[in-house]
Write a protein that binds this ligand. Structure first.
Ligand code: ADP
Ligand code: MG
Length: 708
């Protein structure tokens, strides 16, 4: 996918592509976005110009235009049928939040007018006491504040009876501490932008606008609503806590890229129509590996916008699913035994519109490319623990390290060509098989880097894919902002470290750079891995290399308590010390809550749905055996008796395991709860195969995954 687009109200990106002859506009695209076009139509020219300068070039917002913008925005929103407005933000719940306010204000007797002021636009106050704050909000100061983010355009959310104007905002406490995901993301973008400009100036490039780009591929499952409603586990936890694997699931690889069934296509089309109206560049759709699993990928955008858009994509998928009799499951592992869902975050840096991770044509461009590439490699090696922590969660724990998901060990895949180039730089010698002379930075050009899909290593959690890095560890339900904030920050630190070294060196720039990259590669090459990330050998190899392997979220989030990491975030103004501590606390609490809920749901289903059915089955068979004995029937009894014995043993087992789970829940120990729930599951899943199919109380995998 190329970054070409037409001017359709995608904020920052609107200026990049322009319509060419023969292009046909997509109907309704961006219609519900306060786009560049809408701004020009509804704002005085000077105010529109100032606002666009903030959006497109990152200039500070001139507060004097707020009244004009509010007036124009209101006029536009009302023309779209909006009756209410809301600040739209992303608290630390993992979701989005909104509190609607009517435009209507009473005026005279039994009359009202629609009002929306500059103050309404710029800031809001919300009761923050019920949002997670991780101790940042003292109890006596429960207020939270929302503040307009002009770089993500306002949009309209429609419902059957009207519409609401949504204004993307940041959310913070009264002391200014971030209570959301957007604030640190914006701070981290600033950090990496500043560092990028610094390095580019050392390359003699004039100052230009830095854009961090993100394209987030979204995986999800669909299940028929009628099945969903009969599964208390899906309803309450988003995943199935029980369910035996069906004979056929994904072994035949017949779902991936398969023909999309009409009912699914109808859903997808509806979701895309909604997304396009919101100016969200939904681009590709396809069947994923697991049955009933699908993917939607948008075209990449400025990272702040892309992160907002991903939240809207998840919401839209849910709404469109509901309208089509489905439920969209965004949990990382809704079904055991088949693939889980991720959110591959494709990330790059562009400078004045040029992608810095795209190998260039001139030696100079290549020097820039290799330097930024090395900066990322260094960042990932030094801060793999933080990247791992950034994707930690109860849901993702069930996916990472599974035999189909990237392992919990973070490594970088560069592909054969680039690995060879890195080796040449490191050793100063030509690689035999390439038949070249050793790469001289600033003098040589790179060999062509193949971008074909065959070269891809799907098992790598952090892969260079031709002109961007693809971070594959983030989970399908997670807000992109968390992992991207970390990535931006650690790359900023790496770029700065390179600048520091180059500044200190003095000498010939290219020679110093060559020496520096050589040292960097030597030091950080342990993070490079091209092999099979799913294989058991990798675990041992990674351990030899000293790479962290943190399979559970609870271990992973400890990285946020490491003083060096806390200092890093503080130095870049991304998280204050208190904010780092609060994120860790919130993550731990979230993990604990989810684990407890899952445990309780499993216990309830096992005791109140499974046990009665198994007991019934047991007594029916026992009665049949008794009748047979009474009537002196000798045949068939052996089989019945064997089955009754199995059911009886199963009931005993069920009892013991329920007690154990209950005990673990009482202890409030997430690890114990997970282990006890897993144990209980194996008993229930075995019983599933013993009980009369028509009596089993839960829809089975073979139904949920295949009937739609
Ligand atoms: P692939 O086939 O490697 O997955 P695609 O070109 O289909 O590659 O892109 C996958 C995702 O990566 C898309 O969302 C796309 O917009 C995004 N992407 C492409 N180029 C960039 C870039 N420079 N920065 C960020 N994301 C990008
Ligand atoms: Mg991909």
């Amino acid at each position: 996918m190329k970054a070409r687009r037409t001017d359709t109200g995608m904020g920052k990106n609107a200026k990049k592509g322009s319509a060419a002859r023969g292009d046909v506009p997509v109907p309704h695209y961006g219609e519900d976005v306060f786009s560049q076009e809408a701004m020009l139509r509804h704002l005085p020219a000077e105010s529109a110009r100032k606002l666009l300068a903030t959006i497109n070039d990152g200039l500070p917002l001139d507060p004097s235009i707020a009244e004009d913008v509010a007036r124009g925005m209101k006029e536009w929103a009302i023309s779209k049928g909006a009756t209410h407005f809301t600040h739209w933000f992303q608290p630390l719940t993992g979701g989005t939040a909104e509190k609607h306010e009517a435009f209507a204000e009473p005026c005279g007797t039994a009359q009202a007018v629609a009002r929306f002021s500059g103050r309404n636009l710029i800031g809001g106050e919300a009761d923050a006491s019920s949002f997670p704050s991780g101790g940042l909000r003292s109890t006596f100061e429960a207020r939270g504040y929302t503040a307009w983010d002009p770089t993500s355009p306002a949009f309209i959310k429609r419902h059957e009876n009207g519409a609401t104007l949504c204004i993307p905002t940041v959310f913070c406490s009264y002391t200014g501490a971030a209570l959301d995901t957007k604030t640190p993301l914006l701070r981290s973008v600033q950090a990496v932008s500043r560092a990028t400009v610094r390095l580019m100036e050392m390359f003699g490039r004039p100052k230009a606008h830095v854009a961090i780009t993100l394209g987030a591929e979204q995986e999800y499952f669909l299940v028929d609503r009628s099945f969903y409603e009969k599964r208390p586990d899906l309803l309450q936890t988003g995943r199935t806590v029980f369910g035996a694997a069906p004979a056929k699931h994904q072994q035949l690889d017949d779902h991936y890229y398969g023909a999309i069934r009409p009912r699914i296509l109808k859903f997808m089309t509806e979701a895309e129509e909604r997304l396009w109206r919101l100016g969200i560049p939904a681009k590709t759709r396809h069947n994923e590996v697991a049955p009933a699993q699908f993917e939607l990928a948008p075209m990449f955008e400025d990272i702040n916008l892309a992160a907002d858009h991903n939240m809207l994509i998840m919401e839209t998928l849910r709404i469109a699913a509901e309208a089509n009799g489905f439920v969209c499951l965004l949990h990382e592992k809704p079904f055991d035994g088949v693939n889980g869902s991720g959110k591959h975050c494709n990330w790059s840096i562009s400078y004045g519109g040029r992608n810095l991770l795209s190998p260039g044509e001139s030696p100079r461009d290549n020097a820039i490319f290799l330097t930024f590439l090395s900066a990322v490699v260094r960042a990932v090696d030094l801060h793999a623990d933080l990247l791992r922590a950034s994707v930690a969660g109860a849901g993702n724990d069930r996916r990472l390290g599974g035999n189909e998901a990237p392992p919990a060990i973070i490594s970088v895949f560069l592909g054969d060509e680039l690995t060879a180039v890195m080796k040449e730089i490191e050793t100063g010698r030509a690689e035999k098989k390439t038949g070249r002379t050793a790469m001289k930075i600033g003098v040589d050009t790179l060999p062509p880097i193949p971008r074909d899909t065959t070269d891809r290593n799907r098992t790598s959690p952090f892969a260079f894919t031709g002109n961007k890095f693809e971070f594959r560890a983030p989970g399908s339900s997670q807000n992109c902002a968390s992992s991207q904030t970390v990535l931006n920050t650690i790359v900023a630190e790496s770029i700065d470290a390179i600048c520091d070294k180059l500044e200190a060196a003095g000498g010939d720039f290219n020679e110093e750079l060559q020496k520096l990259l050589q040292r960097l590669i030597r030091k950080h090459k342990r993070i490079l891995f091209s092999g099979d990330g799913y294989g058991p050998d990798w675990q041992a190899e990674a351990q030899r290399r000293g790479l962290p392997n943190l399979p559970t979220a609870l271990d992973a989030i400890e990285a946020l308590a490491d003083p060096a990491n806390v200092a890093l975030f503080a130095r870049y103004g991304v998280y204050s010390e208190g904010e780092s501590a609060s994120r860790r606390e919130i993550a731990a609490e979230d993990y604990r809550s989810r684990t407890t809920i899952e445990g309780k749901v499993a216990l309830e289903i096992a005791r109140s749905m499974i046990r009665p059915v198994v007991a019934d089955e047991f007594s029916r068979l026992a009665a049949a055996i008794a009748t047979a004995a009474k009537d002196s029937i000798k045949v068939g009894v052996k089989g019945l008796r064997a089955l009754v014995l199995k059911l009886g043993a199963g009931l005993d087992d069920l009892h013991v395991k329920c007690e154990r789970l209950e005990k673990a829940l009482r202890k409030d120990d997430p690890r114990g709860t997970i282990a006890a729930a897993r144990d209980l599951r194996s008993t229930v899943d075995a019983l599933e195969g013993l009980v009369d199919d028509s009596r089993w109380p839960l829809p089975k995998y073979r139904e949920m995954l295949f009937i739609y």
